[in-house]
Design a protein around this ligand. Sequence first.
Ligand code: ADP
Length: 471
Amino acid sequence: MFPKADWANFVDEQEKLVANKLSNVEITKTNELPKSDVSSDETDQPSLADSSFLQKLIRKGLVDNKNDLEIQRQDPNSPLFSVKTFEALELKPNLLKGVYEMGFNAPSKIQETALPTLLTDPPQNLIAQSQSGTGKTAAFVLAMLSRVNPDLRYPQVLCLSPTYELAVQTGEVAAHMVKYCPEIELKSAVRGEEVPRGSKLTEQVVIGTPGKVLDWALKFRVFDLSKITVFVLDEADVMIDTQGHQDQCIRIHKCLSQTCQMMFFSATYNQKIMDFAEIIVKNPIIIRLKREEESLDNIKQYYVKCASQQEKYNAVTNIYGTVGVGQAIIFCHTRRTANWLAEKMSKDGHAVAILTGELSVEQRIHVLDRFRNGTEKVLITTNVLSRGIDVEQVTIVVNFDLPLDGNGQPDCETYLHRIGRTGRFGKHGIAINLVDSSEAMEICQTFEKHFGRKIKYLNADDSDEIEKIGA
Ligand code: ADP
């Protein structure tokens, strides 16, 4: 049994685990200056699963995407509905109550079309693609829960997520939504969860990772895949990026009934994903919401010449000390530099947070929450946060080290992700590039040329000049 109260306990346990782990966290003490940034696993190149999860953590609110939906369907004559309110979906009243209590007033852009499609009878298969934060999870969780027949005491809805953390997150969303529906029960099929052999699951909704689900369904036979009426595949792009997951999903899919409704979600869209989708989802309606472009418009870009690591440090503190009204993110190439900088800034009395690949997921959540709440004004990080953070309070982004790709070449895409903003917050910002060699100057010029935007010289010792950039 894993009713909602148990799910809440499970989440509480997770939080306790975080607290325990956090009490042991300490910034690595490195008093000496870092040596030149050699390429190593210290550079924190994130996996797709990592990035995807971090995006979810960062984007607590809904992304208000202004782009149009693109819709493809087999039969263009069959009507396609869209709704502007949750009432129009005729949900179970207690489910609607849960939705409102989550603070959702109206469906997001992708939900407007996805929800009626998912809830219509006979059930329609759907492929939906939109960037992280546009409301996909909320959409499929609501559809899953609406389809449950609470009188039947066995799993009817199965949702696969590529990682433990993503599965737990989805479970949390579901637990919130069914708060007022005591008749619907959830079961988490992730590592650490065990079921006695020979027992049978009585919960209607199973949310888990492919390996665990395969074990439970085929090895232990605690539930019957052929009785599943709704199958959700979340984060399909991460799924195919994760070794073995695609095959496991296909094995699970083979045991489902012909009439099972398929829901396939992805943040990105390419041929590989569509090939995978074709195996899982027959005759789908495809909904795509183009990604909101990041742009450098209204970002004032500067470079500062620094002869040494110490000068770079001085530049950061001078600039932040003068302009520092909002929050700042500082990107370093390696964990070592990030740790060094964090320690030095803390000693000088700045409230800094540090986020690198050596932190566990729980620790990352904690760091990002504190930064978002403004407890720390400065976040020092590596490429683990390669997509930057599109939050309103961040006014300055500093490239302590300029972004390089795996071959040591200027990485224009990462530069854009780090400093660019989407249209949501009025786009204003300052980007500072610290240039400590002729190579670094060339990299800076590459960015300038690539984006066709001037990167101006800034004298970081001249406080009058620095004051002007903040104006
Ligand atoms: P995705 O799965 O596309 O990454 P989510 O479903 O996780 O997006 O939604 C992103 C954020 O927006 C979450 O914090 C979620 O609670 C919130 N959200 C989702 N739908 C709505 C809505 N209709 N109104 C307000 N907030 C929403």
